[in-house]
Design a protein around this ligand. Structure first.
Ligand code: AMP
Ligand code: GLY
Length: 414
């Protein structure tokens, strides 16, 4: 099977390694890829928001499967164009990707499917906004309805800040604050059947102890020793399966990765958000733990053939830590040399924002590298990831030191 993977981040590096490890994958192309991916796949220059370029490349390479990493081409409808050209694609149609593209749409589908989420109001005028803010009170949760490259959500106790963010959006969803640990749980769907992956936890804030600004994610780990044992079955039953059934009933089946961001509240599980693609950096811990061959799995999903498939997992734990550039997330500095680093056993260094130039390997984005350690438990996986990241030198870069810390302490107490 010839595969084209679209994207250039740590998520795509992890997916690429997973695809390539499946003997069914005979040729792996990645567009645009990055220097880490180029070590094992053929990279092609491409702007990921250029849907026609993606389709042209898929046709030119005559691939059997396209796997789309980032949300922008999906929300813009690249999967529809690929399917119209007769190419199997792992990724939802434009209509189905609206689960990520519009918070209001996601709320409507959840309401119809009976999926638990925060109570919310969708507002377009100042008086609607003020009424909604006062109905819920602090902390305020204000979400831009559309895609906003990770900058759409403001959670604050400051009413003025909440109001200003809401007024800056064309259409805004204001919702109740959900209290409880957050979990990312992904479903792989062929439009009818959905397989729940094991959960991961992401760390969204830039600095230790969940301080600092929101980011794309500073680290992740899996599995979650503290989570309820039935979390996978429960989320499948109460969230993933009803969403997939509702999308199918609407005539817009969701084929691809349905990312459920959950809050485990005292009143039960609530959906915080959906994404229409694999999470980053959660993918960097899930793929190293997944035993099921990835290329075959995603091809079966793309060709509506998942019934009877079971996901199999290694009995290990994985922890990933993001090395971020100076100034991330507000104004990351790029173009700095990344020093050579020794390899540490049972770790993988995923490239995210890197480039190669005459200086050597340099930073080219906010999240530069994602370092995953695996081991028999979280403590061992964590030690390895931190040992590996401590050897990497990049001027002004930083990373959180508390990824999976509480969970690894809890695990020892078990
Ligand atoms: P999102 O961009 O939807 O992932 O939201 C970013 C972050 O905002 C989430 O990971 C949560 O930490 C936080 N958040 C979003 N919605 C809520 C909510 N209703 N209650 C509490 N926190 C929330
Ligand atoms: N890790 C958060 C996301 O992928 O959206």
């Amino acid at each position: 099977m010839k595969i084209l993977l679209v994207g250039s981040g740590g998520r795509e590096h992890a997916l690429g390694l997973g695809l390539q490890a499946d003997p069914e994958c005979t040729e792996l192309h990645v567009a645009p890829g990055n220097p880490g991916i180029a070590e094992f796949a053929t990279c092609h220059p491409l702007v990921v928001s250029d849907n026609q370029a993606i389709v042209d490349l898929a046709i030119q390479l005559d691939v059997d499967l396209v796997v789309v990493g980032p949300e922008v081409p999906l929300v813009n409808g690249v999967a529809d164009l690929l399917r119209a050209a007769g190419i199997a694609v792992f990724g939802p149609s434009k209509a189905a990707a609206q689960l990520e593209g519009s918070k209001n749409f996601a709320k409507e589908v959840m309401a119809d499917a009976g999926v638990p989420t925060a109570r919310s109001f969708t507002c377009t005028t100042q008086s609607e906004i003020e009424k909604a803010l006062d109905a819920f009170g602090a902390p305020y949760v204000v979400k831009d309805d559309g895609l906003a490259a990770g900058k759409g959500v403001v959670v604050t106790r400051d009413r003025q800040e909440a109001l200003e963010h809401a007024l800056a959006c064309k259409r805004v969803v204001i919702e109740e604050f959900l209290d409880g640990p957050e979990v990312s749980l992904f479903g792989i769907s062929d439009g009818k059947t959905v397989l729940a992956m094991q959960p991961a936890q992401d760390f969204k804030r830039a600095h230790d102890n969940d301080s600092g600004p929101n980011t794309g994610g500073m680290g992740a780990y899996s599995p979650l020793p503290w989570a309820p044992t039935a979390i996978i079955e429960d989320t499948h039953k109460k969230v993933l399966a009803p969403m997939i059934a509702e999308m199918a009933a609407r005539g817009t089946p969701f084929v691809g990765l349905l990312y459920a961001g959950l809050a485990l509240t005292d009143h039960g599980t609530r959906v915080i958000e959906f994404n229409a693609r694999f999470g980053d950096p959660e993918t960097q811990v899930l793929i190293p733990l997944l035993k099921t061959p990835l290329a075959t799995l995603l091809y079966k999903a793309a060709t509506r053939n998942l019934e009877g498939v079971k996901l199999e997992w290694k009995n290990d734990s994985a922890v990933t830590v993001v090395l971020a550039a100076k100034g991330y997330p507000a104004s990351p500095q790029s173009g700095d040399l990344i020093g050579d680093f020794p390899l540490v056993e049972n770790t993988v260094i995923f490239h995210a924002g890197t480039a190669r130039n005459e200086k050597g390997l340099v930073s080219s984005g906010g999240r530069v590298l994602t370092v995953t350690g695996t081991g028999s438990d979280l403590t061992e996986a964590r030690d390895r990831a931190y040992r590996a990241i401590s050897h990497i030198s990049l001027d002004g870069s930083f990373y959180r030191t508390d990824i999976a810390l509480n969970a690894s302490v809890a695990e020892k107490g078990n």
